[in-house]
Design a protein around this ligand. Structure first.
Ligand code: SF4
Length: 332
């Protein structure tokens, strides 16, 4: 599909996103290698003065002579252009358009179904996580509905499959537990019982970055979170936490939107629905645990857990693959 014939689709909250830059506690300019695309490399090489000299000193080449690949290198994995106030020197001096593609895009992701380019905001950014979790309803997409002309049968099938799930989630005439049951039954899957202590042990075997995530995994193994989402629905019934259903819907639809299109490559449609469900359950169980400890800070704790889950799991292809394999082994 030609790039200029793509229909751009995004969640309706995207336009409300703004990077909080210097106020961000987990800046995306720390902890990652920054790949520079060819266009940005040409721009950076032509910058004059001290900034140009610094740029040329900090860009290093990797890869092979045939397929070179350029990186910005700083100390302690901190971008060398992040100043003491955690503001980007390149934006301050050259404007936002000077940035390389990866910095301009982050925390956005892109997926493709048929003639649709689906853009979203990744939960690994704390401000995006805040925005996503404050939606309190399943994801709503902007753009025209698909007309399927020129789509492959696989594209149409996946699109309709996900649309049916989204329509079920929106059907507020039914309690959430019945909507979930219907989604799983319609797809030939039993609504699985999730053993959180088992998932805690499994996630502890994966590559991890932040000791704070280890502490959350230990929390997941505690007996009191084993009831997970059912605790929250009980809390809902008592009006103690009317927000829990909205959080569940925002998370489940986010994971479906982000991870289902990859089934066009690996054919793992049902496994990916379970991935979305289990990821949501894990975060809701951590939320339940934090809420029991301190109702005042439960929401902030959920936002932080979602950010950590995303950067520890979603942004590691290896970790996502291992979880998909584990889901296939246990539930199929
Ligand atoms: S993580 Fe999000 S809010 Fe923080 S610096 Fe990056 S884009 Fe901005």
């Amino acid at each position: 599909m030609e790039k200029n014939t793509l229909h751009v689709i995004m969640p309706d909250y995207m336009t409300g996103f703004q990077c909080i830059a210097g106020k961000c506690r987990h800046s995306c300019c720390i902890g990652w290698e920054i790949d520079i695309d060819e266009e940005a490399l040409r721009r950076y090489m032509s910058v004059s003065g001290q900034l140009g000299e610094k740029l040329r000193a900090k860009i290093s080449a990797d890869g092979t002579d045939d397929a070179p690949h350029f990186l910005l290198e700083g100390e302690d994995e901190r971008c060398p252009f992040l100043n003491e106030q955690n503001l980007c020197e390149l934006i301050l001096n050259l404007g936002e358009d000077s940035l390389c593609q990866i910095c301009r895009d982050h925390p956005r992701f892109r997926n493709y179904i048929g003639d649709r380019e689906e853009i979203g905001l990744g939960l690994c950014c704390e401000e995006a996580a805040r925005l996503i979790l404050r939606q309190t309803h399943p994801m709503r997409l902007t753009g025209d509905p698909a007309d399927f002309s020129g789509w492959t049968p696989e594209d149409v099938d996946l699109y309709q499959f996900r649309s049916r799930i989204f329509a079920r989630l929106e059907d507020t005439a039914l309690p959430l537990s019945e909507r979930l049951n219907a989604i799983f039954q319609e797809n030939g899957l039993p609504l699985p019982q999730i053993d959180m202590s088992r998932w805690s042990a499994f996630l502890t075997e994966l590559e991890r970055l932040d000791p704070a995530w280890d502490r959350e995994l230990a929390r997941l193994a505690e007996e009191r979170v084993s009831c997970g989402i059912s605790c929250l629905f009980a809390l809902d019934a008592a009006s103690s936490d009317p927000k829990s259903e909205g959080f569940f819907l925002a998370l489940f639809s986010y994971f479906l939107y982000r991870h289902l299109p990859a089934a066009l490559e690996d054919g793992q449609r049902e496994v990916r629905v379970l991935f979305a469900y289990i990821a949501t359950q894990i975060l809701m169980s951590l939320y339940a645990s934090h809420l029991m400890e301190d109702p005042e800070t439960g929401e902030d704790a959920l936002i932080e857990c979602a950010r950590m889950f995303s950067s520890e799991i979603e942004y590691s292809d290896e970790n996502v693959t291992r979880i998909l394999l584990e889901i296939e082994r246990v539930y199929f």
